[in-house]
Design a protein around this ligand. Structure first.
Ligand code: FAD
Length: 475
């Protein structure tokens, strides 16, 4: 079977569908090839959205504990895993269904199956059901095939050894779990399973949790979670796992390794993600794919093959949905610019100053732009202002006075270079800091912006006032 289109997008995740929809809006005839049954990729099906559905409930459970401590009592928390899974599935279903509608409204064709290049202008889509393969001839392609969880080959094949995908099926809410990897995904999973009632240990090869975040954020996170995480073993690695009917026996080596193997009911591997670039027969199109599976691109998201672009997790950089979406828009706009009948080359390019990072844990941790650690490493002259939430009336009222807001300004120009927050809704508030950095805001711009009182977001304005020496009245 044969099909033709202006643009074929391999992969229907946040990068792929955003690129496809933008390109269709700009007048291109577009097809998305997606190996899953639904659009939405990792993010909507087995990533951002299902994990946040559970994390919201984790935050509610932790809020209940605070409420109890101030005289508002509830009965014991009871977890109905079946209902919780169904709730998650319903939300995912609504979102991926919505994407299907948005695709048909734009006449974007969806081809189910796994796509592989057969040349620089053709892909072959093999259908899992054994139906005849389809060949799609295209003028342009965008590779948006994303990534998958990294695995350790030497681990036994056992359903109690989870990855981020199987963990979202919530196999248990009691017993013990070892989380392998102290990055954002590992800590989000730790937050979910601790709230459900499991005893959690974390093992991490590096010397700290949440690499990339400033250590003061991590120290505050650890204090807030001391009651919920039993043991954190840093600079330590797995050296063996044995399984039996009763559970898993895990041996460790390294700085915090116990002498004897430890027993767990479950293990959750969160050791990173591998880009899917090796599964698309890039060679057939002359496409460069690195040995790790990344597709190198320029600022217009163009690969080494002029009509083939790549976006999202498969091009490297932070593996985040919001980055993938922006890159998808750039690729679509560049292609549409070339495709237009005047054939003006599009000037679109990916030039974001900051890509915010958020751990949606309890408490949430968010940062954007320059970190204090980076400033020190580069010897950059910065003014660092840390506004403690203990000085925020709203934080006291909400029982989250352990949080803080941090802002980094250029010492001479007073321009905002970076910022971070830890506490509830940090992920929502980091958008203001990201926006301010993108706009080249100075401390005075933030300080003079009237923030609503009493809010946690007010601490951004107050922090800037501290930097300006104008903060006189604390709420
Ligand atoms: P993907 O979402 O990976 O989509 C790629 C799609 O391509 C997949 O659907 C795959 O089936 C398909 N595909 C692969 N190969 C082929 C092929 N050959 N032919 C056809 N189709 C193919 N990011 C955030 O920004 N915020 C979060 O809160 C967040 N939480 C996360 C939580 C978890 C548990 C995980 C695992 C990830 C999370 N992420 C989060 C990361 C986010 O999911 C990814 O960065 C994002 O999905 C990347 O989008 P993408 O379009 O590049 O690829």
């Amino acid at each position: 079977m044969q099909m033709k289109c202006d643009l074929v997008v391999l992969g229907g995740g946040p990068g792929g569908y955003s690129a496809a929809f933008r390109a269709a809006d700009l007048g291109l005839d577009v097809a998305i090839v997606e190996a899953r049954d639904t659009l939405g990729g990792v993010c909507l099906n087995v990533g951002c959205i299902p994990s946040k559905t559970y994390l919201h409930q984790a935050a509610v459970i932790r809020e209940l504990e605070h409420s109890r401590s101030v005289g508002v009592n509830f009965g014991a928390v009871e977890i109905d895993l079946t209902a919780l899974r169904a709730h998650k599935d319903a939300i995912v279903g609504r979102l991926v269904g919505g994407l299907g509608t948005m695709a048909s409204a734009r006449k974007v064709r969806i081809v189910r199956g796994r796509g592989e290049f057969t040349g620089a202008n053709s892909v072959r889509v093999a259908h899992g059901d054994g139906a005849d393969a389809l060949t799609i001839d295209f003028a342009y392609a965008i590779v948006a095939v994303g990534s998958e969880p990294a695995r350790l080959n030497e681990l036994p094949d056992d359903s109690r050894i989870l990855d981020s995908t199987s963990a979202l099926d919530l196999p248990a809410s009691s017993g013990t779990m070892l989380i392998v990897g102290g990055g954002i995904i590992g800590l989000e999973m730790a937050t979910i399973y601790a709230a459900l009632g499991m005893t959690i240990d974390i093992v991490e090869l590096g010397d700290g949790l949440m690499p990339g975040a400033d250590r003061d954020l991590v120290t505050t996170w650890r204090k807030a979670n001391a009651r919920y995480v039993r043991d954190i073993m840093l600079e330590t690695r797995l050296s063996g796992v044995e399984v039996d009917n009763a559970g898993l026996s895990v041996s460790f080596e390294g700085k915090a390794a116990p002498d004897q193997p430890k027993r767990y009911d479950y293990m959750l591997m969160a050791i990173g993600r591998i880009p899917n670039g090796r599964g698309i027969a890039g060679d057939a199109a002359g496409l460069t794919v690195t040995p790790h599976g990344f597709v190198p691109v320029d600022v217009q998201m163009r690969s080494n093959v002029r009509n083939i672009f790549a976006i999202g997790d498969v091009v490297g950089g932070p593996m985040l949905a919001h980055k993938a979406v922006h890159e998808g828009h750039v690729a679509a706009e560049v292609i549409a610019g070339e495709h237009s009948k005047d054939a003006h080359l599009s000037t679109a390019a990916f030039d974001a100053r900051v890509i915010p990072s958020v751990a949606y844990t309890v408490p949430e941790v968010a940062w954007a732009g320059l970190t204090e650690t980076e400033a020190k490493l580069n010897g950059q002259a910065v003014d660092v202002v840390k506004f403690p939430w203990v000085a925020s009336g709203r934080a006291l009222a909400n029982g989250c006075e352990n949080g803080f807001t941090k802002l980094l300004f250029n010492k001479d120009t007073r321009v905002l270079l970076g910022g971070a927050l830890i506490g509830p809704s940090a992920g929502d508030m980091i958008g203001e800091i990201a926006h301010a950095i993108e706009m080249g805001s100075e401390a005075a711009d933030l300080a003079l912006t009237i923030h609503p009182h009493p809010t946690l977001g007010e601490t951004i304005g107050l922090g800037a006032e501290v930097a300006e020496g104008t903060c006189t009245d604390l709420p």
